[in-house]
Write a protein that binds this ligand. Structure first.
Ligand code: PNS
Length: 157
């Protein structure tokens, strides 16, 4: 049984993340989506809210589970059975950052590989930062996030 890990901040989960989650879930037996908590960054949503939104957005995918973790990705990997890390790549800037993180994580984990999935072109421009900014000005984010997130952003406004 092959288990993949998809790490991120997911503040909040977007249609871009969902594209990667769906495709990765179809490639592996089990996909664990992990909300990594960065204590120095105050997010829009709490880690618990992000996990709940991911659970709602992924409820039709039985081989996807959601967790949160406050620490190094490499430490999470040492404590769990993970065969590969999944990252989405939107453009050249992501490619450079993700390649560097993949190399660091490979070194820190004694060789775990990162699989980079190019984002689908329809969602390539979407990021959590963009969604937060549109939502802050009460713009329409329906095309950018799962329905449960759009609803939560409206409640938050
Ligand atoms: O969605 P994001 O914000 O691009 O995700 C970044 C994330 C959470 C994947 C990255 O910051 C991370 O791996 N954080 C965990 C801490 C860690 O291991 N940092 C070193 C990475 S080489």
């Amino acid at each position: 049984m092959k288990t993949a890990l998809y790490p991120g901040s997911f503040d909040p989960v977007t249609s871009g993340h969902m594209d990667i989650i769906r495709r990765a879930a179809s490639l592996f037996d089990h996909l664990i989506v992990v909300v990594f908590i960065n204590p120095s960054k105050k997010g829009l949503f709490t880690p618990e809210e992000r996990v709940t939104l991911l659970q709602q957005a992924c409820q039709d995918m039985p081989n996807v589970s959601i967790q949160s973790y406050g620490g190094l990705l490499a430490d999470y990997v040492k404590k769990n059975t993970i065969h590969v890390i999944i990252k989405g790549v939107r453009g050249l800037m992501d490619l450079e950052n993700e390649t560097n993180m993949a190399r660091a994580n490979k070194q820190l984990t004694d060789g775990l590989e990162t699989l980079l999935l190019p984002s689908s072109s329809e969602v390539e421009h979407i990021s959590s930062t963009l969604v937060r900014e549109i939502a802050a000005f009460h713009g329409d984010v329906d095309a950018y996030v799962p329905a449960c997130v759009a609803q939560k952003l409206r409640e938050h406004a």
